[in-house]
Design a protein around this ligand. Structure first.
Ligand code: TLP
Length: 340
């Protein structure tokens, strides 16, 4: 199987397995796991934030951010296709008791004027706007890089109104590699950041949430409440250290493989590419071959290729280091033969 469903499917490298095997561990609920402490310090430094915390998943990281920033009955502004709104099972409402205010974006970007106009007035009838969430790269916008200028504009509006900004940076390192902008510079226009170790960076488990020391202190309590206070989890954090130290620059290979895949897919009669491919995600439209996304996925499966549905006629392919350039060429050759 050539598995292009997501960059979450990568298997840990030999160096990561070795690091897990040799990891120094302790009880992280007592803040005594040396590997987790090292990972948290490294991540905070890379992001230019005061403190960081290791969490099991990106979803939990985002939810802890919402729970820590907000109170029940408040409202959060976020992009209508963002992961927090689209893919996290309405947890913001179920757990944090907040109401979403989804705004349609363009290529993952929020319109700063619309954000400003959507901030609630001080009125007894209305919920308070207590958080603005951004996503970079933006998954459903096809791995689009949200420009620094856009983040800066939204952040200034947020600051003017005393509202914190949380960034779902599950693939922030992809944004950084594609744009040449340091993750620290993106993080400057946020109060808190979540990024995933377990996507293109290849670690088996985990995400980081980073922000001010006082925020992380509160967030630790939310992580514990959610059952995310792990014990000798240094075995999971050690591969994350390897990921941050050795797997960032190679994301460029995933991006060039995505470009190769997109160019080749466009040559398959009837398929069209929906997104401008900037990072490691390719969105393919199947209308031209007269098939739904699910029908196309079945054909792919027969050819030992996996991808996922992103809409009635949209299929998402994600490149990552467990699929080589050669395998991408094989995918293209099989499709060209099938649809010629
Ligand atoms: N995204 C997954 C699916 O849930 C769609 C994927 O395969 O892309 N933020 C963003 C932007 C994400 O894309 C994801 C995962 C998460 C958060 C959640 O991370 P995990 O899976 O670690 O909870």
């Amino acid at each position: 199987m050539i598995d292009l469903r997501s960059d979450t499917v990568t298997k840990p490298t030999k160096a990561m397995r070795q690091a897990a095997f040799e990891a120094k561990v302790g009880d992280d609920v007592y803040n005594e796991d040396p590997s987790i402490l090292e990972l948290e310090e490294l991540a905070a430094t890379m992001l230019g934030k005061e403190a960081a915390m290791f969490v099991p998943t990106g979803t939990q990281g985002n939810q802890i951010a919402v729970l820590t920033h907000c109170n029940p009955g408040e409202e959060i502004i976020l992009e209508a296709d963002s992961h927090i709104y689209f893919y996290e099972g309405a947890t913001i409402s179920a757990f944090a008791g907040v109401q979403p205010r989804p705004l349609a974006g363009k290529r993952g970007q929020l319109d700063p004027h619309l954000v400003e106009a959507s901030i609630r007035e001080d009125d007894i009838h209305q919920p308070e706007t207590s958080l603005i969430c951004l996503e970079n790269t933006h998954n459903r916008a096809g791995g689009a890089v949200v420009p620094l200028e856009n983040m800066k504009d939204v952040y200034h509006i947020a600051q003017k109104n005393g509202i914190p900004v949380h960034l779902d940076g599950a693939r922030l390192f992809n944004a950084s590699i594609a744009s040449g902008i340091n993750v620290k510079d993106f993080a400057k226009y946020t109060d808190t950041v979540q990024f995933c170790l377990s996507k293109g960076l290849g670690a088996p488990v985990g995400s980081i949430i980073a922000g001010p020391q006082s925020f992380i202190k509160k967030a630790r309590k939310w992580r514990k409440r959610l059952g995310g206070g792990m014990r000798q989890a240094g075995m999971m954090a050690a591969p994350g250290i390897v990921a941050l130290k050795t797997m960032v620059d190679r994301l460029t290979d995933d991006h060039s493989n995505a470009e190769l895949l997109a160019k080749g897919l466009e040559e398959v009669g009837g398929l069209s590419i929906e997104n401008t491919v900037e990072t490691n995600i390719v969105l393919v439209n199947t209308e031209g071959i007269g098939m739904s996304a699910d029908e196309f996925l079945d054909i792919l499966k027969e050819m030992d290729i996996l991808a996922v549905s992103f809409g009635p006629n949209t299929v998402r392919f994600v490149t990552h280091f467990d699929v080589s350039e050669d395998e991408i060429r094989q995918v293209l050759a099989k499709l060209k033969y099938r649809f010629s």
